[in-house]
Structure formats: structure tokens, C-alpha cells
Design a binder for this molecule. Structure first.
Ligand code: ZN
Length: 140
């Protein structure tokens, strides 16, 4: 691991990056605190790799399954049609994928505002609990 990797240092306490809606031995899924769109979520891989290219085949299969199920749950619970994905690693070069569920009518400007965090959307009541229950059911 890097000397100062925020994610590696937080393994065991990844909830500092958001409200966890799933966690297993390999990854965690957290609702992002900025709520730029209600479903803004991060999938955080626990082992320190910078890119998907650093995963072995079994890890990739697990990452992909968690990604798919997380998208399905978020799209259903937000009523949105399209999952925007962002993987940068500029601030923390440790594999984590941002998911932004948006309407199919969202413009590029709408999406960029969500990514920049210049907008905020309230999360509906029970949103967190419904996401957590659905994801637990689909990944167990
Ligand atoms: Zn790390």
C-alpha cells in the first residue's frame, strides 16, 4: 500500500466515506455524503490496487457482480434510467468507482454538476434502508 492512502488507512472503518449499504471481505458500497444526486454511491475495493487492471479474475468477477447489483438497486430506488460512472483516483489513487444514477433526459451539464458536487438532491425517506435491504438480498 502507499504510505498515505486514505482508503487503506480506513479499512475496517470505511463508513467515514459515506453510509455503507453493503460490505463484504473484498469491497464496500457507500452512499456518498455529497448527495449530488440521491443515488451517488461509491464502490470501494479493499485491497490496494489503482485500477481494475490490478484485479485478478476472481476479484474482477466479484467487483462486476457488486457493480451490477448496486446499479440495479440504485436505478430502481431512484426511479432513474441511466448510471453514470466515474473512476479517477486523482485524490486517492485506490480503486473506487463512483455511480451517479440520472434521468435519461439529463444533459451533459446536469451530469457535470453532479460530478462537481455543485448540486444537491434530498434522499427520500427510507432510501438508505431500502437500498441496503435490496443490496443485501441480491448479494447474499
Ligand atoms: Zn489504498
Amino acid at each position: 500500500m502507499l504510505m498515505h492512502c486514505g482508503f487503506c488507512e480506513a479499512i475496517g472503518d470505511l463508513s467515514r466515506f459515506g453510509t455503507l449499504i453493503h460490505e463484504d471481505d473484498h469491497c464496500a458500497v457507500a452512499l456518498h455524503p455529497d448527495s449530488s444526486v440521491a443515488g451517488h454511491t461509491m464502490i470501494i475495493w479493499k485491497r490496494h490496487v489503482e485500477n481494475v487492471a490490478g484485479l485478478d479474475s476472481d476479484e474482477l468477477a466479484h467487483f462486476s457482480r457488486v457493480h451490477r447489483e448496486t446499479e440495479r438497486v440504485l436505478l430502481r430506488e431512484t426511479g432513474r434510467e441511466r448510471a453514470m460512472l466515474l473512476k479517477l483516483g486523482i485524490q486517492v489513487p485506490h480503486l473506487h468507482l463512483h455511480i451517479y444514477p440520472v434521468a435519461a433526459t439529463a444533459s451533459r451539464a446536469d451530469v457535470m454538476a453532479a460530478i462537481e458536487g455543485t448540486v444537491r438532491e434530498e434522499r427520500p425517506p427510507e432510501f438508505l434502508e431500502r437500498c441496503r435491504e435490496s443490496l443485501t438480498a441480491s448479494l447474499s
